[in-house]
Design a protein around this ligand. Structure first.
Ligand SMILES: Nc1ncnc2c1ncn2[C@@H]1O[C@H](COP(=O)(O)OP(=O)(O)OP(=O)(O)O)[C@@H](O)[C@H]1O
Length: 212
């Protein structure tokens, strides 16, 4: 993963949903090895922002750029987006799900990825039988199946117990230590050391270093 000069930035970014302005004039910058924690009231546009970075929601104005990444790939191709919906097929087993993603994403290391999310005892189980937290951990295993520099995590701790949150924080710290970028919408204090903060819906979006 190229990282030294990696930089994700937005300038004058605007978002409209259903014909209504959600936010506008948004500027932020986050470098390799840094996390950006996005907070704000319900409906402020946190999920929309993550989905704009992932290329899933149109940009109504301004721009988003990733500098220092792979020039052969688009920004969405260099991101992993894990959203509210876990996007899992109930009839597929845990292993089949991971195999599907690994082949779709061009990745490998299925056993290791599942083990890192403590799913190795559940590999033969159909997704339909998994608990909410187990489903979320399976969704998060995508992060490990193919290395991508930008992780976009929408409320990643929802349904996770304390041990699973600690495990996720460890994976996030390892990603940052490897020069990756994380943009996470979360109200949970993840104990990530230092991270930048972006508050949506505030009069002036704050962009400063805070404990996260
Ligand atoms: N598909 C859609 N069509 C129309 N409006 C939408 C759509 N998706 C979201 N919105 C609206 O866009 C606004 C921002 O929604 P978004 O989900 O990004 O906010 P959020 O900050 O993530 O909220 P929450 O904290 O509740 O998850 C909301 O007013 C929402 O109703």
């Amino acid at each position: 993963m190229k990282s030294e000069s990696l930089r994700l930035s937005a300038s004058g970014l605007a978002c409209e949903r259903g014909g209504r302005v959600v936010f506008g004039g948004l500027d932020f910058e986050v470098g390799g090895g840094e996390a950006l924690i996005v907070t704000g009231r319900n409906g402020a546009g946190k999920s929309s922002l993550l989905r704009q970075i992932a290329g899933l929601v149109d940009i109504a104005g301004g721009r988003i750029a990733l500098d220092g990444g792979d020039p052969e790939r688009t920004l969405p191709e260099q991101t992993h987006y894990v959203g509210h919906l876990d996007a899992l097929k109930p009839a597929m087993s845990v292993r089949e799900t991971a195999e599907f993603w690994a082949s779709y994403l061009g990745g490998a290391g299925i056993d290791e990825a599942l083990a890192q999310l403590d799913l190795d005892d559940l590999v033969e189980l159909p997704v339909a039988y998994l608990s909410a937290g187990q489903k979320r951990r399976l969704a998060l295993s995508r992060l490990l199946l193919a290395p991508r520099p930008v992780w976009l995590l929408d409320e990643p701790t929802v349904a996770l117990d304390r041990a699973s949150i600690a495990r996720l924080v460890g994976l996030m710290e390892a990603h940052l230590a490897g020069g990756g970028i994380i943009v996470a919408a979360t109200h949970q204090d993840m104990g990530l050391g230092t991270a930048r903060s972006l508050v949506l819906g505030a009069p002036q979006a704050a962009d400063e270093e805070v404990p996260a």
